[in-house]
Design a protein around this ligand. Structure first.
Ligand code: HEC
Length: 200
């Protein structure tokens, strides 16, 4: 009985010290809560461990049923340019305003940290998103499971994306008013000065 009380008292002390240390860190150690900062090694480690532990059994080993034929990659490329590039960039580098300014930032998906995830893990992430991050869940939307698998194939293709593929994707990216205006100006420049209607 006495030892149980001692164990409980010890556990409470550890929790209390951790909570006090957390408050001290947030109040004086952390520099505000700006999303512009880089996550600390500790945060990255905690988030990645939690993610890997929470993955449902079987999800990791799931096989990609769609393969990576030219047509599959073409479909996924158009899909990526339209739905994913706004945060991940056409090349998957994450070097676009939205991706750079999120916390955690959108990762460079051409690098080992992403490429070493299994097809099943990538699929699970695309379908379910990542909690407490900017990564949305795409499953259950108009995007079907087959399309998510195609995107997995495209993520594998990112490290060898060609310049001509990048150019094709730029034409498929969603356009805002500024982009349209710039496009119009470029077109006008290339076609020469507009013809003025001359009155007879
Ligand atoms: C609104 C922004 C946003 C959009 C749109 C978005 N993502 Fe993400 N995504 C993120 C962020 C931020 C992360 C990093 C989350 C983290 O590290 O916990 C991420 C992470 C991922 C990861 C995990 C990569 C890794 O190495 O851990 C995959 C896979 C992914 N996204 C695929 C996609 C696909 C495919 C699409 C399009 C259908 C998409 N994302 C659209 C913001 C976005």
């Amino acid at each position: 009985m006495r030892s149980l009380v001692l164990i409980l008292a010890g556990a409470f002390s550890v929790i209390a010290i951790a909570a006090i240390a957390g408050v001290i860190f947030l109040k004086w150690g952390a520099s505000g809560f700006s999303a512009r900062a880089d996550p600390s090694t500790m945060e990255v480690f905690a988030a990645q461990t939690a993610r890997s532990l929470a993955l449902p059994p079987g999800a990791k080993a799931a096989r990609n049923p769609v393969g990576n034929s030219k047509q599959i990659l073409e479909d996924a490329m158009a899909h990526w340019a339209d739905h994913c590039a706004v945060c991940h960039g056409n090349d998957g580098s994450g070097q676009v305003d939205m991706g750079r300014q999120m916390y955690p930032h959108a990762p460079d998906m051409r690098q080992a940290a992403t490429q070493k995830l299994t097809d099943g893990e990538l699929f699970y992430i695309i379908e379910n998103g990542i909690r407490l991050s900017g990564m949305p869940a795409w499953g259950g939307t108009a995007v079907g499971e087959k399309d998510s698998w195609k995107l997995v194939s495209f993520i594998r293709h990112l490290p060898e994306l060609s310049t001509s593929e990048m150019e094709r994707m730029e034409k498929l990216n969603p356009k805002g008013p500024e982009d349209r205006e710039q496009e119009q100006q470029e077109e006008q420049f290339l076609n020469g000065p507009a013809h003025k209607e001359t009155q007879p």
